[in-house]
Design a protein around this ligand. Structure first.
Ligand SMILES: *Cc1c(COP(=O)(O)O)cnc(C)c1O
Length: 353
């Protein structure tokens, strides 16, 4: 606490990201992709004329948005890009959720939402997951007098994804405010709601290059929605930072979007390894929630989550442990390469004896 901090800053509870270790470890704690970015990315970087760094980038990020629009079958006016989807989410909070009414959110979801709510003075109304650990769509739809609805699909850190019909049934009932569906993990086997944006002008879908496109170090995220919503995001962006996406990031993002074969191959590998890992964890006695993401959430009925986390850490394997009431016995395990998952299973075999 410092005398120089504003009252608002004193009240903040910042997001705590999973650790980025310096020493060599098996890193299964922040849902990064274990495979390298598309080969076209190195080419793009190699061919980049360094002199371009003298110039400010295009404030509208047009070339990247054209590539994004092509990829998702929408128009450029329906796309927005930012410095990581965390930034896009922050803009969305400011653009759409700063009303007097509460924002409807599941109790268990991406833990950055409460942080932004706190930062922007948005009240949350939290809805418990159903008995299957799924986002309770009916509960979200039933609430009224709201500033909006936000959740991740697939949800984090459970991995469960609702099918398109469920998202649509929510949109049929919530028409007055923005429904934000965070699709950070959608590429690992879930259905995207992007196809619904033409029919639901209040639907905003966000996504990221960090997970399925192996570019977490680049900081590139996007939103897709009606022109009305994109204009709202742009107003916030242009009141905060005219150039959130630098020229290198643009170039690399475009190269990554171009290579569909590499994208599909990496995604298929992650999905195959995820299912294999799930089976092997179940053989060890773990209860593993079905996942459409690049991680699984698992708990052992006989062994304490905090202790397993610590035991893995001692063996050089980092997973994510959430010290909350609902999740205190669970480990969230990112899907790495097959070799990394072999090491994980080996370590858990030793720990669960
Ligand atoms: C990783 C993640 C993000 C943030 O992605 P960045 O583009 O790296 O900022 C957003 N939402 C969810 C649910 C995530 O898991």
């Amino acid at each position: 606490m410092s005398q120089y901090w504003s009252p608002a800053v004193r009240e903040l509870t910042p997001y705590v990201p999973g650790e980025q270790p310096r020493e060599r470890v098996i890193k299964l704690n922040t849902n990064e992709n274990p495979y390298p970015p598309a080969p076209g990315v190195s080419e793009a970087l190699r061919d980049y004329a360094i002199d371009h760094l003298r110039l400010y980038p295009d404030p509208t990020s047009m070339a990247l948005r054209v590539a994004l629009a092509d990829t998702y079958g929408v128009s450029v006016e329906e796309t927005f890009v930012g410095n990581g989807s965390d930034e896009v989410l922050a803009f969305a909070f400011q653009a759409f959720f700063c009303h007097d009414a509460p924002l409807d959110v599941p109790t268990v979801t991406y833990s950055f939402y409460p942080v932004y709510a706190n930062l922007y003075g948005v009240t949350l109304r939290k809805h418990p997951l159903n008995a299957m650990w799924e986002v309770d769509i009916d509960a979200l739809a039933k609430a009224s007098e709201r500033s909006g609805v936000i959740f991740a699909n697939p949800n984090a850190p459970t991995g469960h994804a609702h099918p398109l019909e469920a998202i649509e049934s929510l949109l049929e009932r919530v028409t007055d405010r923005v429904v934000l569906v965070d699709e950070a993990y959608v590429d690992f086997g879930a259905e995207s709601a992007v196809s619904l944006i033409s029919r639901y002008p209040n639907l905003l879908v966000t996504g990221t290059f960090s997970k399925s496109r192996s570019l977490a170090g680049l900081r590139l995220g996007y939103a897709i929605g009606s022109k009305e919503l994109i204009d709202g995001l742009q107003r916030v962006k242009d009141s905060f930072n005219s150039y959130p996406v630098d020229s290198l990031a643009s170039l690399v993002g475009i190269a990554a979007l171009k290579d569909k074969a590499h994208f599909n191959a990496c995604r298929d590998n992650v999905i195959t390894t995820r299912e294999r890992t799930r089976q092997r964890l179940e053989t060890l006695g773990f209860e593993v929630l079905p996942s459409k993401a690049n991680f699984v959430l698992a708990q052992h009925p006989e062994f304490d989550g905090a202790q397993l986390f610590a035991g893995l850490r001692e063996r050089g394997i980092l997973v994510r442990y959430f010290n909350t009431d609902t999740l205190s016995n669970f480990l969230r395990i990112t899907i790495g390469t097959d070799n990394e998952m072999d090491s994980l299973i080996e370590a858990l075999e030793a720990l669960c004896r």
